[in-house]
Design a protein around this ligand. Structure first.
Ligand SMILES: [Zn+2]
Length: 230
């Protein structure tokens, strides 16, 4: 899998990315510069696969629901684990789940306790809502847990090596590494789902969360670029 952080203006770099390329985007857009943010989200829509998801963590002054509707995004109901995890943030945030189509890829077993118990991350809702530590560490931990869950639910460990389509679990309760049912007609499980964060600023948890989840990752950051391959 590969991951990289590009130092670039989000909108310019997004415009260079191919259509229907990323499986999911999880991001927290900066406040202010609303028109640029919206233009970037329009590009994200083009870059996402048809069954892809955008998990948007917005604070006050973020893009309005109307503006997102006008771009053609479909609002989806949030999973219960997410509402618990964004409660009580300072400053307040809300999470939006937006898709290109009514039907989208969502792995509802990814956060099943039987599936996630081998992860080192606390996954029960009770643990997740009460991380330990000081204020800063707690915020950071919450953000990581939230982003990590979005990535697990919105993408798969395996993906088609030809078209990038995610794989579904063959059986309920199976661990993540053994997802074996393609959602496309190719028989090439050599690919990896790609996670995108076009606003990967300092403190963004997406890099770490994508890395821990074994997904490919592209972050666009307004700082010096780093990258790697493993
Ligand atoms: Zn395929």
């Amino acid at each position: 899998m590969s991951w990289r952080i590009e130092h670039s203006d989000a909108l310019s770099l997004l415009r260079e990315l191919p259509d229907s390329w990323a499986q999911m985007c999880v991001t927290s857009p900066p406040t202010g510069a609303l028109s640029t943010t919206l233009a970037a989200l329009g590009e994200v829509r083009r870059v996402l696969r048809e069954d892809g998801t955008l998990w948007l963590l917005v604070g006050r002054g973020g893009p309005s629901l109307n503006a997102l509707d006008e771009q053609g995004w479909t609002h989806q109901p949030l999973p219960p684990w997410s509402t618990r995890l964004v409660r009580g943030w300072c400053p307040p945030v809300r999470l939006l789940l937006l898709t290109k189509q009514r039907r989208y890829f969502y792995d509802d077993l990814a956060l099943d306790y039987r599936v996630t118990q081998r992860l080192s991350w606390p996954t029960s809702p009770r643990q997740a809502s009460r991380p330990q530590g000081c204020g800063f560490v707690r915020e950071r931990e919450r953000r990581l847990q939230l982003v990590r869950r979005c990535i697990l639910a919105g993408s798969s460990m395996l993906a088609c090596g030809v078209c990038g389509a995610p794989y579904r679990r063959a059986r309920p309760g199976e661990r993540e590494g053994v997802m074996r049912r393609p959602t496309c007609s190719h028989k090439n499980p050599e690919g990896r789902c790609l996670v995108l964060d076009p606003f990967c600023g300092p403190g963004a948890a997406t890099t770490e969360a994508a890395h821990c989840s074994g997904r490919s990752f592209l972050g666009i950051a307004p700082t010096r670029g780093i990258g790697g391959e493993r």
